[in-house]
Design a protein around this ligand. Structure first.
Ligand SMILES: [Zn+2]
Ligand SMILES: [Zn+2]
Length: 181
């Protein structure tokens, strides 16, 4: 089995990758952003470590990308994606995220893929952030093809990190081939 088929699940890969500024969700290159006021209309975004994640949930309403339309549809009349009750429920539902993680591990084992289940003392909730990213992506877009990774808006990434922070404050940022963070 091709390991990329399970790319949405946590990966121990630490291969360095070139900086990508093309945002798959908005289907455009993001550049020239140095302050949150340049792009945020929802009031909840922050500058992210990776350029392609520095975009606002409300920008999805201006995009013609089908992935952006998926997110925009969920936002509907809300002022921010983080205000949508079922999105909040996914992020805040740590017991469901734990179960989602265990199921992901099970699927990897079933597929004969290496499973890294080590919990870093400096970042014990990392797997819960992964699970939240994966579950939200599934919620918005359904199952994606191999190596097809879609970013989450800055405000939503921030919301997830607030719930399940890294003790060190270090976050790797979005990666292309693996749904890392
Ligand atoms: Zn925003
Ligand atoms: Zn927002």
């Amino acid at each position: 089995m091709d390991p990329r088929a399970y790319g949405r699940y946590p990966s121990s890969s630490s291969i360095s990758r070139p900086v990508v500024t093309k945002c798959n969700l908005l289907d455009k290159v993001i550049s020239g952003r140095s302050e949150v006021s340049q792009f945020c209309k929802c009031g909840n975004c922050c500058m992210q470590g990776t350029v392609r994640e520095s975009f606002c949930c409300l920008e999805t309403g201006d995009s013609l990308s089908p992935y952006a339309a998926n997110v925009s549809k969920v936002i509907a009349e809300h002022r921010c994606i983080c205000d949508v009750p079922r999105i909040r429920a996914i992020v805040l539902g740590s017991e469901d995220l734990e179960l989602f993680h265990q199921h992901s591990v099970y699927l990897k084992q079933l597929g004969g893929l290496p499973v890294c289940n080590k919990v870093s003392p400096s970042d014990p909730q990392r797997y819960l952030r992964f699970a939240a990213y994966s579950k939200l992506t599934l919620h918005f877009h359904g199952t994606l093809g191999m190596s097809n990774r879609i970013e989450l808006p800055s405000c939503l990434v921030k919301f997830i990190r607030q719930q399940y922070p890294s003790k060190s404050g270090d976050y790797t940022g979005f990666r292309d081939a693996f749904y890392d963070e």
